[in-house]
Design a protein around this ligand. Structure first.
Ligand code: ATP
Length: 145
């Protein structure tokens, strides 16, 4: 089989033994995976306008948290909220790209899949906004009053 090897599943399929275990653990391979993930985040920031909005919001949250001298327990909630939105946006973008790749034409099923993924981002964003308000709101009010 001279085909290009793509990902873990591709390696498994290429082996003549369907029960063969995947390649052994290697730090180099793990570091490579990390580099691919960073590359994905760079693509997200470069090509997705929403990601830039998330970046600005994330920075504002961190600056506000530092200015208000939040406790560790409060930082935990903020990091969780920020990560939730980035996670949803990255998966939404991946799903959109996959849809556009497999079906560039108009297709109601593709529209439904994209709407579902966008709904996930909306839920994550609303939850993050609520967490942000509940975490930053009280100390902000105390600082202002
Ligand atoms: N191929 C398609 N077939 C049917 N409906 C589609 C198709 N592509 C997009 N849509 C509809 O248009 C909406 C917007 O899709 P699009 O891919 O432009 O996402 P977007 O939210 O504008 O993404 P971004 O803001 O990240 O560019 C989808 O949620 C879906 O309802």
């Amino acid at each position: 089989m001279g085909g290009r090897r793509i990902g873990h599943a591709g390696r498994m399929r290429e082996s003549s033994d369907p029960f063969a275990s995947p390649k052994g653990f290697s730090i180099g391979a793990r570091l490579k995976s990390f580099r691919y993930a960073i590359r994905g985040l760079r693509v997200l920031l470069r090509e997705e306008h929403n990601a830039r909005v998330h970046l600005a919001a994330s920075l504002c949250v961190v600056v506000a948290g530092a200015a208000l001298r939040l406790a560790v327990a409060e930082w935990r909630w903020l990091f969780l909220a920020v990560a939730l939105v980035w996670l949803a946006e990255a998966f939404n973008t991946a799903i959109e790209d996959l849809c556009d790749r497999i079906c560039p034409d108009f297709d109601p099923a593709i529209g439904r899949i994209k709407d579902l993924a966008a709904g996930g981002v909306l839920v994550a964003s609303l939850a993050a906004a609520a967490i942000g308000l509940l975490t930053l709101g009280p100390p902000l009010l105390r600082a202002l009053l």
